[in-house]
Design a protein around this ligand. Sequence first.
Ligand code: BEZ
Length: 234
Amino acid sequence: MDTNQVRTMPRIGEPAPEFTAVTTQGTINFPSDYKGKWKILFSHPADFTPVCTSEFMTFGNMAQEFEDLNCQLVGISVDGLHSHIAWLRTIHEKIDWKGMKNVEIKFPLVVDITMNVANLYGMIQPGESSTSAVRAVFFVDPEDKIRTIMYYPLSLGRNFDEIKRVLIGLQTVDNFGVALPADWRPGDEVIVPPAGSCGVAKERMEGADNLHCYDWFFCTKQISKEEVESKLGK
Ligand code: BEZ
């Protein structure tokens, strides 16, 4: 690699880089076409490969769950439009895996033969592969800001339950002004106030009902699963 080459990597808290691209659902402008929605932009190394096929079937099977969370899925790889269309048709018509079959992918799959988008989002990581994207996942909020980034290697399929948990977690953080502890799931205790403003929690230690302080810097409260779920997708 050219050591003088500037490698840009998008970062959490920054606006999602803009691009216009041809997809299996027509041309899109990302992220502006989806303003007001959550977005998950995810890359895969190549069409017609087994790990990617298992991932697309899983995501396609869960697509309604993400739609219910007001989240637009957008896939991307460095393959061409005809490859994308043929691969998605094969998945739909032929692949029966883990009880999933007839899986129809209705979300856009970006054509990125030039690798413009993959480079823009730091998805080409030459130590892993210089000819295909790694498995990246970008969570972009309704204001088009990047909120979480995941990168996985070529050989390891992602955990889609974790991807959904992260989306629900981010929406809960925003809706309730809290932070979330390790392995949090809706209905578990949440951390108040958000990490970084511990003094506020200390002041609240006395007298606040519904608050449990393990120490001055670590206070939690309960938000029921129903209350969390009532705000999701907002
Ligand atoms: C796969 O999806 O199976 C795969 C793709 C690229 C490299 C290795 C595995």
